[in-house]
Design a binder for this molecule. Structure first.
Ligand SMILES: [Zn+2]
Ligand SMILES: [Zn+2]
Length: 103
């Protein structure tokens, strides 16, 4: 199974295409932009409390037959924050001091 490659930042709704260098994902593929991860949620996923890593870029060219965004297109389902921003801020404040490997 391939990564979903969700199309936007859950926090600010910025577009994050499959070749974006700004996309960040948690282990559940919750997807945010680098700016929101750094300045809004402080490397704490609002949904699971885990940390983030850069989302790998899916090749646009078929370097191998059937293996590219053509064969495995990105998700077109935009995802939006499920929790109020104030609650997310409190969640990040509670967890950000704990390194991801200790959460
Ligand atoms: Zn964002
Ligand atoms: Zn998450």
């Amino acid at each position: 199974m391939a990564l979903q490659l969700r199309p936007n930042c859950e926090y600010c709704d910025k577009d994050l295409p499959p070749n974006s260098l700004e996309a960040r994902i948690c282990s559940y593929e919750c997807t945010f932009c680098a700016d929101c991860v750094e300045t809004k949620i402080f490397n704490v996923c609002p949904n699971c409390g885990g940390g983030f890593a850069p989302r790998p870029i899916r090749p646009s060219q078929e370097w191998r037959p059937g293996i590219s965004v053509v064969g495995h297109p990105p998700s077109d389902k935009r995802v939006h924050l499920k929790y109020p921003r104030e609650e997310v801020a409190a969640h990040s404040a509670r967890i950000k001091a704990v390194p991801p490997e200790g959460r």
